[in-house]
Design a protein around this ligand. Structure first.
Ligand code: KIV
Ligand code: ZN
Length: 542
């Protein structure tokens, strides 16, 4: 399966390239700027300890460069860059600098203890930026570039230069600035699509033309923003045109709509090696999911569920047809071997689109072997819940099977009496009497409303301490005497279960739903405590 999915990968070609005449793959340098551009995303502020933790994880991911910050921006940023330069080994450490000579020197001060250090000098070159931000003429910008790059080069042999807003800069001027940078010692020319304005084929052509026009010994890089959602596509177009460094961020964080996502660029190169022959990255992809989680946790930026490669749904399947395919062979709907990015593949999510196949397979995993009419009945019951968008948990599945198929070994509580009072003059109150076998239990409670009071009274009467996590009410029929259909989900000790209740009175429907959920909790606890853990086999015809 994985062979077909990664066919054509330059990185995985076997044999000795030299002796077989096959060209050795060229490395695309992965320059991670999560700690610099990524941290510029609104609302993100990492302290030096957090930055160090991320930098250490980036080293495990095996990025080539870590842009650790903008040392002149603040004392905290200076200290972070310095701490990373001093203690993170593996990747080269880079700091960003404006063209002021004092900035360049300060940047070097922060970096100088790194095993390998790069200064990244930038200045704006588009008419908009030169006029409204810099208030400089094109000649002044060239002069600034020349001086700053030369100064950086006095500190280190690894100097990157970026003409900010390159994609809105006149081509001739761009070439002039870039040539000046190379002539004064820049070793990497980074082409930023600062405002995410580029279109892939146009951006690719720009990279190709720059390589042709600018002479000297330099490497070319891209830095693409995502304002039109094209950052990854533009980065790949740049690589196709000869760029050999991609500036990227974990989870695609960064200014405004963010930067090209590291994980997407790396996996596109890897999975579609047929389209990117002879290039490779050094990324340890198995660390991608872990890195993504760490960055999300420390930045407070959630990862969207359906995010490519590292989203929690990237390998999850809900539709019946898809689930059937994936259960037969994952390659039907997964193009990435999930473990190569630190994810779990073939995740079956039971929901309203799921089919019988996935339902019975999930039951089997729980130890229920179930077929024929028994399966039909349980499946119908499951669909009732799934239609209401309640998350179906393992405990729910167990309960559905046990209740519907008569394998219920724990006798449940029955609601005998429910009395409620409320209104706006006194606190809502409820009294319940529940029965289990021949024993009855009574309790009263106040609550935020009559439903809350009733649920609390049931909790007291049954001695179950559970938290309400979801509550949905709908009417089964129309009109004033409509049946209220309530689905409740409760959680206790990490186990979530649902319960359903129907009545013309919505408070009673809620109390019944709550009691049904409490009964399920008891069954789930009983099953977990059962010795031996023998699989429960139901409805199987011998
Ligand atoms: O987007 C941009 O132009 C930048 C530069 C500093 C490279 O982040
Ligand atoms: Zn940027």
């Amino acid at each position: 399966m994985s062979e077909t999915r990664t066919a054509g990968m330059a990185t995985e070609a076997g044999g000795d390239p030299a002796s077989s005449g096959i060209q050795e793959p060229e490395r695309v340098i992965i320059f991670d700027t999560s700690l610099r551009d990524g941290e510029q995303a609104p609302g993100i502020s990492l302290d030096p300890v957090e930055k160090l933790e991320i930098a250490e994880q980036l080293a495990r991911l095996n990025v080539d460069y870590i842009e650790a910050g903008f040392p002149v921006a603040s004392q905290g940023d200076f200290e972070s860059v310095q701490a990373i330069a001093r203690s993170v080994h593996g990747p080269a450490i880079c700091g960003l600098s404006r063209t002021h000579l004092s900035d360049v020197d300060r940047c070097w001060e922060a970096l100088k203890d790194a095993g390998r250090a790069r200064i990244h000098v930038f200045i704006s070159t588009s008419p908009q930026h030169m006029e409204f931000m810099l208030q400089m003429s094109p000649e002044q910008v060239i002069e600034e570039t020349r001086r700053a790059v030369a100064r950086a080069r006095e500190h280190t042999g690894d100097v990157e230069f970026s003409p900010q807003d390159a994609t809105r800069t006149s081509f001739d001027f761009l070439i002039e600035v870039l040539q000046n940078a190379v002539d004064n010692g820049a070793t990497t020319l980074n082409i930023p699509d600062t405002v995410g304005y580029g279109i892939p084929w146009e951006f690719g052509r720009l990279i190709g033309k720059i390589r042709k026009e600018v002479t000297g010994d330099y490497g070319i890089s891209t830095h693409c923003h995502n304002d039109l959602g094209l950052a990854v596509a533009n980065t790949l177009a740049g690589i196709e045109a000869g760029s050999r460094q991609a500036e990227v961020c974990i989870n695609g964080i960064g200014e405004r709509a963010g930067n090209a996502a590291l994980e997407e660029v790396v996996m596109a190169l890897r999975i579609r090696g047929d389209q990117f022959p002879n290039v490779t990255t050094g990324i340890n992809t198995a660390e991608l999911a872990r890195t993504s989680r760490l960055v999300s946790r420390l930045t407070g930026y959630p990862v969207q569920y359906n995010k490519a490669v590292i989203g929690r749904n990237a390998f999850a399947h809900e539709a019946g047809i898809h689930q059937h395919g994936v259960l037969s062979d994952r390659s039907t709907y997964e193009i990435i071997e999930a473990s190569t990015v630190g994810q779990e593949g073939g995740q079956i999510v039971l929901g309203k689109h799921s089919g019988r196949h996935a339902f019975s397979s999930s039951l089997e995993k729980l130890g229920f072997k179930i077929q024929g009419e028994a399966l039909d009945r349980a499946f119908t019951r499951f669909k009732e819940f799934a239609d209401r968008k309640v998350e179906i948990t393992e405990a729910d599945l167990e309960a559905i099977v046990a209740e519907e198929l008569g394998a219920d070994v724990v006798e449940g509580y029955v609601l005998d009496v429910l009395e409620v009072s409320g209104g706006n003059a006194s606190a809502p109150k409820a009294r319940v009497v529940v029965r289990r076998g021949t024993e009855t239990f009574e309790a009263s409670s106040e609550g935020d409303g009559m439903i809350d009071a009733a649920c609390k009274a049931i909790g007291t009467a049954t001695s179950v301490d559970a938290k309400l996590v979801d509550f949905k009410v709908s009417s089964v029929t129309g009109g004033i005497d409509a049946l209220g259909d309530v689905i409740i989900q409760i959680e206790s000790g990490g186990v979530k279960v649902s319960g359903k209740g129907v009545s013309t009175d919505v408070v009673e429907a809620s109390a019944r739903a709550y009691l049904a959920a409490v009964n399920r909790l008891a069954r789930s606890a009983h099953r977990k405590a059962a010795p031996g853990g023998e699989p429960l086999t139901l409805g199987v015809t011998p």
